[in-house]
Design a binder for this molecule. Structure first.
Ligand SMILES: Nc1ncnc2c1ncn2[C@@H]1O[C@H](COP(=O)(O)OP(=O)(O)O)[C@@H](O)[C@H]1O
Ligand SMILES: [Mg+2]
Length: 355
């Protein structure tokens, strides 16, 4: 495997820098289809962060968060050697030894105190706020939470996510204390956030989409792709970075592309085909709604001619197709499209076969 350098994202980086250069006042939701490069972009941003900012990067992907205890363990970086009650001194001392922090540092004794409390959320937010206040004399805290939807439905004394949103509003709009970036690939989650009254006027949305054609071509040029290979890569991968990276690492490129398309078509076939065999129900607005093969195919038919379409509302069929990672909803632009160019091609092959 070649080591592949980070490519472009100049426009997005500029947007991030503009946000960082102004006083924190809104929560920034970073969203986009699966594998569009959100995490890669945030990692790049963290590396490029100007002097004077301290990032706290918390990634919930692959973490099993089933209760508050797990969540506290993910949120905090427990400092076994630091026993103190003086958060001010602690914050100053920890900032001297600068590294990328994958959690909010906390002395073990204070962590245990929060852990033992009945009302954990109040105490954990109070600690983070104090820590940020203390450090903000020297540096601007930047809190980044990746794949936040993992705790989307977690309930303990009410829904955790709402408490978090309220806390983020406090850090940004009320106290102007820290920048908050929330990243997610889950478009149903973003869709819910988008229609959430608590957040209305208190957040902004930043789309990190697959590369456009020019950007993808420039990426492949760096790796000596011929004009023909570039055209073929765009036909199958579109601007999906992960797909382009895989192609760069491959010798027999055309063969590889046909193979990934065949595999993807098989997967989608399987996911849709089961609707013929079982009566599938999904939870929609807390009601069980039946999903039928015919309705799902009707929804997919919209892509026989178009790459995307404008939607008015998310129906149960759309919910199913989004949950299955076949379609992607962009609520800020009111658009539905397949998760990738490969998905679009697979859908079209399935539609053609059905005709
Ligand atoms: N700007 C980029 N330049 C080079 N490779 C990228 C870029 N963005 C993403 N990638 C590649 O695509 C992969 C998937 O991106 P990732 O950031 O994990 O997607 P997401 O977080 O949106 O699901 C990365 O591991 C990396 O190999
Ligand atoms: Mg990611």
């Amino acid at each position: 495997m070649k080591r592949i350098e980070f490519h472009d994202r100049e426009q997005e980086m500029k947007e991030f820098m503009d946000i960082l250069n102004s006083e924190p006042s809104l929560i920034t939701f970073v969203y986009g289809p699966i594998n569009s490069g959100k995490t890669a972009l945030i990692s790049h941003l963290i590396e490029q962060l100007p002097e004077g900012y301290t990032p706290f990067y918390i990634n919930l992907r692959g973490r099993f968060v089933t209760g508050y205890e797990d969540f506290l363990n993910v949120l905090f970086e427990i400092d076994e050697s630091g026993v103190t009650n003086n958060v001010g001194e602690y914050a100053t001392s920890i900032l001297k030894d600068l590294k990328i922090l994958s959690g909010i540092p906390i002395p073990i004794n204070l962590f245990e105190q929060i852990f033992d409390k009945k009302n954990k959320s109040k105490d954990m937010f109070r600690y983070i706020e104090r820590f940020f206040v203390e450090m903000s004399a020297k540096r601007v805290p930047v809190m980044i939470i990746d794949e936040l939807q993992v705790i989307g439905d977690m309930k303990i004394d009410g829904v955790l996510i709402y408490k978090l949103f309220n806390f983020f509003v406090r850090l940004t709009k009320e106290l102007h204390l820290a920048h908050v970036f929330v990243i997610t690939s889950d478009s149903l989650f973003i869709e819910q956030v988008y229609s959430e009254a608590v957040l209305s006027g208190r957040c902004r949305y930043l789309l990190v989409d697959d590369f456009d054609r020019e950007t993808a071509a420039a990426f492949l040029e760096k790796h000596d792709f011929t004009a023909d290979e570039k055209r073929m890569a765009w036909e199958y991968c579109g601007g999906k970075p992960v797909c382009l990276v895989e192609l760069i690492n491959y010798e027999k490129r055309e063969e590889k592309l046909r193979e990934v398309l065949r595999i993807r078509r098989g997967q989608i076939d399987q996911r849709i085909g089961i609707l013929k065999d079982v009566r599938k129900k999904i939870l929609f607005e807390e009601e069980e709604v039946e999903i039928t093969y015919d309705n799902v195919m009707k929804t997919l038919k919209r892509f026989s001619e178009n790459d995307s379409y404008e939607y008015v509302r998310i129906t149960p069929d759309l919910t199913y197709l989004i949950k299955e990672n076949i379609l992607f909803a962009d609520p800020a632009n009111g658009i539905i499209k397949p998760q990738s160019r490969l998905d679009l091609l697979a859908i079209r092959e399935i539609l053609r076969r059905g005709e």
